[in-house]
Design a protein around this ligand. Structure first.
Ligand SMILES: [Zn+2]
Length: 90
């Protein structure tokens, strides 16, 4: 997917033990919120499909993260998702 282009701008370039959600600019909470709003508000079918595709990409990336966290607790503690969860727990 094109959205994974933003993985290229991440440092280090590739880390199998890193969860992409919240880490890459196009995978941030704000971007995901934008995709949801795009699906709900945009009337143009093509753009709506693009946003639906982006949301599905976030879902598959999230599932990857959950799989990874299930056998790497440290990965979870280092992830942006953990920081976000901690933020909302305060
Ligand atoms: Zn991705």
């Amino acid at each position: 997917m094109l959205v994974d282009l933003d993985h290229v701008f991440a440092t280090p370039l590739f880390d199998p033990n890193r969860c992409g959600i919240g880490y890459h600019p196009l995978h941030s909470e704000i971007a995901i919120l934008g995709y949801i709003l795009g699906v709900l508000l945009i009337k143009n079918k093509l753009f709506k499909l693009i946003f639906i595709g982006l949301l599905f990409h976030m879902i598959t990336d999230s599932i990857d993260c959950i799989w990874m966290f299930s056998d790497c607790n440290d990965c979870y503690l280092r992830s942006e998702i953990y920081k976000t969860v901690q933020f909302f727990r305060k």
